[in-house]
Design a protein around this ligand. Structure first.
Ligand code: C5P
Length: 237
């Protein structure tokens, strides 16, 4: 089941600006032009002076996913979220601890910012969770946190394509599912272990696809982005 929310097809592709400098990011944004409307800024670019790009991109009419995966005491999270909301970002990630999610929803207030929760990092397996002191395995913890995210009023979840169908059943249609690990047929998987094509991810219930290397490392990034948007449009029917 896909959600009933009307999302512009081009906005469903979120291009990860996983680049080492603001200059490299700005050159890529210029190269991509109108082919991309939604960008993701993560640790690498944010900590290399990239945070002001959120405002700059928003002022240029683009949407920005601030992938900052916040987790701290309530007050710090809520005030941080307020600052990010005022920068014009559209999506912000937080770790899916109930206290952190409640603080983020509080900080978001009535702003246009949407809070996305990261349930369990995909680099964790059951043994990693046990080593970190958790009682639940990955599958049960993802399920528990997805239910908590919905109850708390979080706007969406970051999840793998494999998790998307199951999470859609848990959270229903109103939460956005944002899915990385996307590889158009024929492209290199890199360090992603479980990948899906755009068609498969949309069929699994993903609303937004996060793609970095298959676009930013392509010989022709604009053509790569256009091809993914066309594939998403076709998958949506
Ligand atoms: O280059 P690639 O398309 O694999 O990049 C995917 C992007 O999504 C990266 O910015 C990565 O940090 C992010 N991401 C991910 N897997 C997750 C969460 C985020 O690949 N589980």
């Amino acid at each position: 089941m896909t959600t009933a929310k009307p999302i512009d097809v081009r906005d469903r592709l979120i291009v990860g600006l996983d680049l080492p400098s603001v200059e490299a990011a700005e050159a890529m944004i210029a190269r991509l032009g109108d082919s991309v409307t939604f960008y993701k800024i993560g640790y690498q670019l944010a900590y290399a002076g990239g945070l002001p790009l959120i405002r700059k991109l928003a002022d240029a009419g683009k949407k920005v996913f601030a992938d900052l995966k916040l987790h701290d005491i309530d007050n710090t999270v809520a005030r941080g979220v307020e600052s990010i909301a005022s920068s014009g970002a559209t999506f912000l990630t937080v770790h899916a601890y109930p206290q952190t999610m409640r603080a983020a929803v509080d900080g978001r207030g009535g702003s246009a910012l949407k809070i996305l929760a990261v349930t369990v990092l995909t680099s964790f397996n059951d043994a990693d969770l046990q080593e970190a002191g958790y009682r639940l395995g990955v599958s049960d913890l993802v399920q528990a946190r997805a239910g908590q995210a919905k109850a708390i009023g979080v706007d969406g979840l970051v999840c793998s394509g494999e998790e998307a169908a199951r999470l859609r059943r848990i959270v229903g249609a109103q939460l956005a599912l944002v899915t990385p690990g996307i590889r158009p047929a024929g492209s290199a998987s890199g360090d992603q272990k479980r990948v899906m094509t755009p068609t498969q991810a949309i069929a699994a219930g993903a609303d937004y696809l996060v793609v970095a290397r298959p676009v930013v490392a392509a010989a022709d990034p604009k053509a790569a982005a256009e091809a993914i948007v066309a594939e998403i449009a076709q998958a949506l029917g």
